[in-house]
Design a protein around this ligand. Sequence first.
Ligand code: COA
Length: 316
Amino acid sequence: MTVSIGSRLVSVGTALPDDVLSNADFERMMDTSDEWILSRTGIKERRVGGTTTGLATDAARAALERSGVAPDAIDLVVVATQTPDDLCPSTAAGVQHALGLTCGAFDLNAACAGFSYAVVTVHAMLRSGAIGAAIVVGVDRMTAATNYEDRGTAILFGDGAGAVVMVADDDGDRGVVAWDMGTDGAHPDILSSPIKDGRITGVEMDGKALFKLMVRYAADSARAAVAKAGVGFDDLSAVLAHQANQRILDAVADRLDVPREKFVSVIASTGNTSAASVPLALEAAVLDGRVAPGDLVLLAGFGGGLSWACTVAVWG
Ligand code: COA
Protein backbone atom coordinates (compact mmCIF):
# COMPACT_ATOMS: atom_id res chain seq x y z
CA MET A 1 0.00 0.00 0.00
CA THR A 2 1.21 3.48 -0.82
CA VAL A 3 0.80 5.85 2.08
CA SER A 4 0.79 9.49 1.12
CA ILE A 5 2.53 11.91 3.42
CA GLY A 6 0.47 14.95 2.69
CA SER A 7 -2.43 16.64 0.97
CA ARG A 8 -2.66 19.44 -1.55
CA LEU A 9 -5.37 22.03 -2.22
CA VAL A 10 -5.45 22.14 -6.02
CA SER A 11 -8.44 24.28 -7.03
CA VAL A 12 -11.30 26.41 -5.76
CA GLY A 13 -14.79 27.17 -7.06
CA THR A 14 -17.70 29.18 -5.69
CA ALA A 15 -21.39 29.88 -6.23
CA LEU A 16 -23.53 32.85 -5.21
CA PRO A 17 -27.26 33.35 -5.78
CA ASP A 18 -28.30 36.07 -8.25
CA ASP A 19 -30.57 38.10 -5.96
CA VAL A 20 -29.01 41.01 -4.08
CA LEU A 21 -30.17 42.29 -0.66
CA SER A 22 -28.60 45.72 -0.17
CA ASN A 23 -28.35 48.00 2.85
CA ALA A 24 -30.90 50.23 1.09
CA ASP A 25 -33.30 47.27 1.08
CA PHE A 26 -32.82 46.95 4.86
CA GLU A 27 -33.53 50.68 5.27
CA ARG A 28 -36.96 49.95 3.75
CA MET A 29 -37.52 46.84 5.92
CA MET A 30 -36.51 48.09 9.39
CA ASP A 31 -35.16 50.97 11.46
CA THR A 32 -31.55 50.98 10.26
CA SER A 33 -29.25 52.83 7.88
CA ASP A 34 -26.59 52.11 5.30
CA GLU A 35 -24.19 54.19 7.42
CA TRP A 36 -24.85 52.10 10.59
CA ILE A 37 -24.46 48.77 8.81
CA LEU A 38 -21.38 49.76 6.82
CA SER A 39 -19.55 51.31 9.78
CA ARG A 40 -20.33 48.39 12.14
CA THR A 41 -19.80 45.52 9.70
CA GLY A 42 -18.25 46.60 6.37
CA ILE A 43 -21.22 45.01 4.58
CA LYS A 44 -22.87 46.80 1.62
CA GLU A 45 -24.93 43.94 0.18
CA ARG A 46 -25.42 40.19 0.33
CA ARG A 47 -26.58 37.57 -2.17
CA VAL A 48 -29.70 35.68 -1.16
CA GLY A 49 -31.61 32.65 -2.40
CA GLY A 50 -31.06 29.30 -4.04
CA THR A 51 -30.90 26.01 -2.17
CA THR A 52 -28.07 24.66 -0.05
CA THR A 53 -27.68 21.63 -2.29
CA GLY A 54 -27.84 23.69 -5.49
CA LEU A 55 -25.22 26.21 -4.33
CA ALA A 56 -22.97 23.44 -3.01
CA THR A 57 -23.24 21.52 -6.28
CA ASP A 58 -22.39 24.57 -8.40
CA ALA A 59 -19.33 25.39 -6.27
CA ALA A 60 -18.17 21.77 -6.23
CA ARG A 61 -18.58 21.47 -10.01
CA ALA A 62 -16.56 24.66 -10.59
CA ALA A 63 -13.73 23.44 -8.32
CA LEU A 64 -13.73 20.00 -9.94
CA GLU A 65 -13.57 21.44 -13.47
CA ARG A 66 -10.60 23.64 -12.51
CA SER A 67 -8.76 20.82 -10.71
CA GLY A 68 -7.86 18.60 -13.65
CA VAL A 69 -8.85 15.66 -11.42
CA ALA A 70 -11.08 13.10 -13.14
CA PRO A 71 -14.51 12.74 -11.50
CA ASP A 72 -13.98 9.00 -11.03
CA ALA A 73 -10.83 9.75 -9.02
CA ILE A 74 -12.87 11.58 -6.35
CA ASP A 75 -13.17 9.30 -3.31
CA LEU A 76 -15.14 11.55 -0.98
CA VAL A 77 -17.42 14.61 -0.81
CA VAL A 78 -17.53 16.47 2.50
CA VAL A 79 -19.97 19.35 2.88
CA ALA A 80 -19.74 21.74 5.83
CA THR A 81 -23.05 23.43 6.54
CA GLN A 82 -25.34 24.49 9.39
CA THR A 83 -28.26 25.17 7.04
CA PRO A 84 -28.96 21.95 5.08
CA ASP A 85 -32.13 21.78 2.96
CA ASP A 86 -32.97 18.59 4.84
CA LEU A 87 -31.34 16.76 7.73
CA CYS A 88 -31.46 13.58 5.66
CA PRO A 89 -30.29 12.87 3.02
CA SER A 90 -27.16 14.91 3.61
CA THR A 91 -26.25 17.84 1.37
CA ALA A 92 -23.12 15.90 0.42
CA ALA A 93 -25.27 13.04 -0.90
CA GLY A 94 -27.10 15.52 -3.14
CA VAL A 95 -23.82 16.92 -4.45
CA GLN A 96 -22.42 13.45 -5.05
CA HIS A 97 -25.49 12.48 -7.07
CA ALA A 98 -25.72 15.75 -9.02
CA LEU A 99 -22.08 15.45 -10.11
CA GLY A 100 -22.48 11.79 -11.08
CA LEU A 101 -19.89 10.62 -8.55
CA THR A 102 -19.85 7.17 -7.00
CA CYS A 103 -17.84 7.97 -3.86
CA GLY A 104 -18.69 8.38 -0.18
CA ALA A 105 -20.26 11.60 1.04
CA PHE A 106 -21.13 13.16 4.38
CA ASP A 107 -21.97 16.49 6.02
CA LEU A 108 -20.16 18.12 8.90
CA ASN A 109 -21.31 21.03 11.07
CA ALA A 110 -18.92 23.36 12.83
CA ALA A 111 -20.98 26.48 12.01
CA CYS A 112 -18.87 29.26 10.48
CA ALA A 113 -15.71 27.22 11.11
CA GLY A 114 -17.14 24.27 9.17
CA PHE A 115 -15.13 24.61 5.98
CA SER A 116 -11.90 24.90 7.94
CA TYR A 117 -12.83 21.85 10.04
CA ALA A 118 -13.59 19.93 6.83
CA VAL A 119 -10.20 20.83 5.32
CA VAL A 120 -8.40 19.45 8.39
CA THR A 121 -10.60 16.32 8.43
CA VAL A 122 -9.99 15.58 4.75
CA HIS A 123 -6.28 16.37 5.08
CA ALA A 124 -6.01 13.68 7.76
CA MET A 125 -7.82 11.14 5.55
CA LEU A 126 -5.63 11.96 2.54
CA ARG A 127 -2.47 11.88 4.65
CA SER A 128 -3.36 8.45 6.04
CA GLY A 129 -3.81 6.99 2.56
CA ALA A 130 -7.49 6.25 3.27
CA ILE A 131 -8.53 8.29 0.21
CA GLY A 132 -6.77 9.80 -2.80
CA ALA A 133 -8.90 12.84 -3.70
CA ALA A 134 -11.86 14.71 -2.25
CA ILE A 135 -14.16 17.68 -2.77
CA VAL A 136 -14.60 19.86 0.31
CA VAL A 137 -17.54 22.28 0.26
CA GLY A 138 -18.52 25.09 2.63
CA VAL A 139 -22.10 26.21 2.04
CA ASP A 140 -24.76 28.07 3.96
CA ARG A 141 -28.14 29.60 3.29
CA MET A 142 -27.97 31.76 6.38
CA THR A 143 -30.96 33.82 5.24
CA ALA A 144 -33.09 30.71 5.82
CA ALA A 145 -32.02 30.83 9.49
CA THR A 146 -32.24 34.59 9.97
CA ASN A 147 -34.80 36.36 12.11
CA TYR A 148 -35.68 39.51 10.14
CA GLU A 149 -37.38 40.95 13.23
CA ASP A 150 -33.94 41.27 14.86
CA ARG A 151 -32.04 44.15 13.25
CA GLY A 152 -28.91 43.34 15.26
CA THR A 153 -28.38 40.04 13.40
CA ALA A 154 -30.51 40.24 10.21
CA ILE A 155 -28.16 42.67 8.50
CA LEU A 156 -25.16 40.35 8.82
CA PHE A 157 -26.00 37.28 6.78
CA GLY A 158 -25.94 36.17 3.13
CA ASP A 159 -26.03 32.92 1.17
CA GLY A 160 -23.28 31.22 -0.83
CA ALA A 161 -20.96 28.28 -1.34
CA GLY A 162 -17.29 27.59 -1.95
CA ALA A 163 -15.38 24.38 -2.61
CA VAL A 164 -11.86 23.07 -2.99
CA VAL A 165 -10.50 19.88 -4.48
CA MET A 166 -7.86 18.23 -2.29
CA VAL A 167 -5.58 15.39 -3.37
CA ALA A 168 -3.06 13.14 -1.63
CA ASP A 169 0.43 14.30 -2.45
CA ASP A 170 3.88 13.37 -1.21
CA ASP A 171 5.65 16.09 -3.19
CA GLY A 172 6.54 18.06 -0.06
CA ASP A 173 6.61 21.42 -1.86
CA ARG A 174 2.87 22.01 -1.91
CA GLY A 175 -0.05 21.38 0.39
CA VAL A 176 -1.06 21.49 4.03
CA VAL A 177 1.86 22.29 6.30
CA ALA A 178 0.20 22.57 9.71
CA TRP A 179 -3.14 23.10 11.38
CA ASP A 180 -4.76 24.00 14.67
CA MET A 181 -8.34 23.54 15.82
CA GLY A 182 -10.38 24.04 18.94
CA THR A 183 -13.80 24.50 20.50
CA ASP A 184 -15.07 26.29 23.60
CA GLY A 185 -18.55 24.89 24.14
CA ALA A 186 -19.20 26.95 27.28
CA HIS A 187 -21.02 29.82 25.52
CA PRO A 188 -24.24 28.63 23.81
CA ASP A 189 -25.84 31.87 25.05
CA ILE A 190 -23.48 34.03 22.96
CA LEU A 191 -24.20 32.56 19.52
CA SER A 192 -26.83 29.97 18.68
CA SER A 193 -29.36 28.91 16.09
CA PRO A 194 -31.86 27.11 18.30
CA ILE A 195 -34.65 24.74 17.28
CA LYS A 196 -37.77 25.59 19.31
CA ASP A 197 -40.89 23.42 19.03
CA GLY A 198 -39.36 21.83 15.95
CA ARG A 199 -38.72 25.16 14.16
CA ILE A 200 -35.47 27.01 13.45
CA THR A 201 -36.23 30.42 14.89
CA GLY A 202 -33.17 32.32 13.71
CA VAL A 203 -29.70 33.19 14.90
CA GLU A 204 -29.49 34.56 18.46
CA MET A 205 -26.37 36.47 19.32
CA ASP A 206 -24.72 38.63 21.96
CA GLY A 207 -22.68 40.61 19.42
CA LYS A 208 -20.34 42.40 21.82
CA ALA A 209 -19.45 39.30 23.87
CA LEU A 210 -18.97 37.26 20.70
CA PHE A 211 -16.75 39.90 19.15
CA LYS A 212 -14.33 39.89 22.11
CA LEU A 213 -14.07 36.10 22.46
CA MET A 214 -13.86 35.40 18.74
CA VAL A 215 -11.06 37.86 18.09
CA ARG A 216 -9.00 36.28 20.86
CA TYR A 217 -9.67 32.66 19.81
CA ALA A 218 -9.11 33.37 16.11
CA ALA A 219 -5.83 35.18 16.74
CA ASP A 220 -4.55 32.53 19.16
CA SER A 221 -5.37 29.73 16.70
CA ALA A 222 -3.75 31.56 13.77
CA ARG A 223 -0.64 32.08 15.89
CA ALA A 224 -0.59 28.39 16.86
CA ALA A 225 -0.94 27.14 13.26
CA VAL A 226 1.77 29.47 11.99
CA ALA A 227 4.10 28.42 14.82
CA LYS A 228 3.48 24.71 14.11
CA ALA A 229 4.30 25.37 10.44
CA GLY A 230 7.61 26.90 11.51
CA VAL A 231 6.95 30.09 9.55
CA GLY A 232 6.12 33.71 10.37
CA PHE A 233 3.16 35.86 9.34
CA ASP A 234 5.52 37.74 7.02
CA ASP A 235 5.89 34.51 5.00
CA LEU A 236 2.15 34.40 4.23
CA SER A 237 0.90 35.82 0.93
CA ALA A 238 -2.62 36.11 2.27
CA VAL A 239 -4.91 35.25 5.16
CA LEU A 240 -8.26 33.78 4.11
CA ALA A 241 -10.29 34.26 7.27
CA HIS A 242 -13.98 33.84 8.02
CA GLN A 243 -15.83 36.92 6.81
CA ALA A 244 -17.83 37.51 10.00
CA ASN A 245 -17.56 41.24 9.64
CA GLN A 246 -14.84 43.71 8.66
CA ARG A 247 -14.24 44.91 12.22
CA ILE A 248 -13.44 41.36 13.37
CA LEU A 249 -11.04 40.87 10.44
CA ASP A 250 -9.30 44.14 11.28
CA ALA A 251 -9.19 43.38 15.01
CA VAL A 252 -7.63 39.93 14.43
CA ALA A 253 -5.05 41.43 12.07
CA ASP A 254 -4.20 44.15 14.60
CA ARG A 255 -3.90 41.63 17.46
CA LEU A 256 -1.45 39.59 15.35
CA ASP A 257 0.38 42.73 14.22
CA VAL A 258 -0.26 41.71 10.60
CA PRO A 259 -1.08 44.41 7.99
CA ARG A 260 -4.87 44.53 7.58
CA GLU A 261 -4.48 44.30 3.78
CA LYS A 262 -3.12 40.75 4.16
CA PHE A 263 -6.58 39.65 5.32
CA VAL A 264 -8.56 39.19 2.10
CA SER A 265 -12.03 40.69 2.39
CA VAL A 266 -15.14 39.99 0.33
CA ILE A 267 -17.56 40.91 3.10
CA ALA A 268 -18.78 44.12 1.42
CA SER A 269 -20.49 42.18 -1.37
CA THR A 270 -21.29 38.84 0.31
CA GLY A 271 -22.12 39.55 3.96
CA ASN A 272 -21.41 36.77 6.44
CA THR A 273 -21.93 33.51 4.51
CA SER A 274 -20.82 31.26 7.40
CA ALA A 275 -19.12 28.08 6.12
CA ALA A 276 -18.83 29.49 2.57
CA SER A 277 -16.83 32.57 3.46
CA VAL A 278 -13.27 31.19 3.57
CA PRO A 279 -13.40 29.61 0.07
CA LEU A 280 -15.16 32.75 -1.24
CA ALA A 281 -12.21 34.81 0.02
CA LEU A 282 -9.76 32.25 -1.36
CA GLU A 283 -11.28 32.36 -4.83
CA ALA A 284 -11.25 36.17 -4.87
CA ALA A 285 -7.54 36.16 -3.98
CA VAL A 286 -6.71 33.49 -6.58
CA LEU A 287 -8.60 35.35 -9.32
CA ASP A 288 -7.00 38.73 -8.60
CA GLY A 289 -3.51 37.22 -8.30
CA ARG A 290 -2.93 37.82 -4.59
CA VAL A 291 -2.61 34.03 -4.20
CA ALA A 292 -0.64 32.14 -6.85
CA PRO A 293 0.48 28.50 -6.97
CA GLY A 294 3.37 28.04 -4.52
CA ASP A 295 2.21 30.84 -2.19
CA LEU A 296 1.88 30.19 1.53
CA VAL A 297 -1.60 30.99 2.87
CA LEU A 298 -3.49 30.76 6.13
CA LEU A 299 -7.10 29.52 6.11
CA ALA A 300 -8.84 30.64 9.31
CA GLY A 301 -12.41 29.67 10.21
CA PHE A 302 -14.18 30.64 13.43
CA GLY A 303 -17.72 30.99 14.71
CA GLY A 304 -20.55 29.22 16.52
CA GLY A 305 -19.63 26.49 18.94
CA LEU A 306 -17.59 28.47 19.67
CA SER A 307 -15.27 26.72 17.21
CA TRP A 308 -12.21 27.61 15.22
CA ALA A 309 -9.72 25.92 12.87
CA CYS A 310 -6.67 27.27 11.07
CA THR A 311 -4.59 25.66 8.32
CA VAL A 312 -1.29 26.81 6.87
CA ALA A 313 -0.87 25.53 3.32
CA VAL A 314 1.13 26.09 0.16
CA TRP A 315 -1.56 26.80 -2.43
CA GLY A 316 -1.89 24.99 -5.76
N1 COA B 1 -29.32 49.41 12.70
C1 COA B 1 -29.31 50.45 13.56
N2 COA B 1 -29.11 50.31 14.87
C2 COA B 1 -28.91 49.06 15.33
C3 COA B 1 -28.91 47.94 14.49
C4 COA B 1 -29.13 48.15 13.12
N3 COA B 1 -29.16 47.14 12.22
N4 COA B 1 -28.69 46.84 15.22
C5 COA B 1 -28.54 47.25 16.49
N5 COA B 1 -28.69 48.61 16.55
C6 COA B 1 -28.62 49.48 17.72
C7 COA B 1 -28.90 48.77 19.02
O1 COA B 1 -30.28 48.68 19.26
C8 COA B 1 -28.19 49.62 20.01
O2 COA B 1 -29.01 50.73 20.31
P1 COA B 1 -29.06 51.33 21.81
O3 COA B 1 -27.66 51.78 22.10
O4 COA B 1 -30.05 52.43 21.69
O5 COA B 1 -29.48 50.19 22.68
C9 COA B 1 -26.99 50.15 19.24
O6 COA B 1 -27.30 49.98 17.85
C10 COA B 1 -25.71 49.42 19.56
O7 COA B 1 -26.03 48.03 19.47
P2 COA B 1 -24.92 46.98 19.71
O8 COA B 1 -25.47 45.62 19.53
O9 COA B 1 -24.25 47.30 21.02
O10 COA B 1 -23.95 47.34 18.50
P3 COA B 1 -22.46 46.93 18.30
O11 COA B 1 -21.65 48.17 18.18
O12 COA B 1 -22.01 45.89 19.24
O13 COA B 1 -22.52 46.29 16.84
C11 COA B 1 -22.58 44.12 15.83
C12 COA B 1 -23.36 45.19 16.62
C13 COA B 1 -23.47 42.92 15.67
C14 COA B 1 -22.25 44.68 14.46
C15 COA B 1 -21.28 43.78 16.61
O14 COA B 1 -21.57 43.47 17.95
C16 COA B 1 -20.53 42.65 15.99
O15 COA B 1 -19.99 42.80 14.91
N6 COA B 1 -20.44 41.47 16.67
C17 COA B 1 -19.90 40.27 16.10
C18 COA B 1 -21.00 39.64 15.30
C19 COA B 1 -20.54 38.59 14.32
O16 COA B 1 -19.58 38.78 13.63
N7 COA B 1 -21.29 37.49 14.30
C20 COA B 1 -21.05 36.42 13.43
C21 COA B 1 -19.95 35.55 14.00
S1 COA B 1 -19.67 34.14 13.04
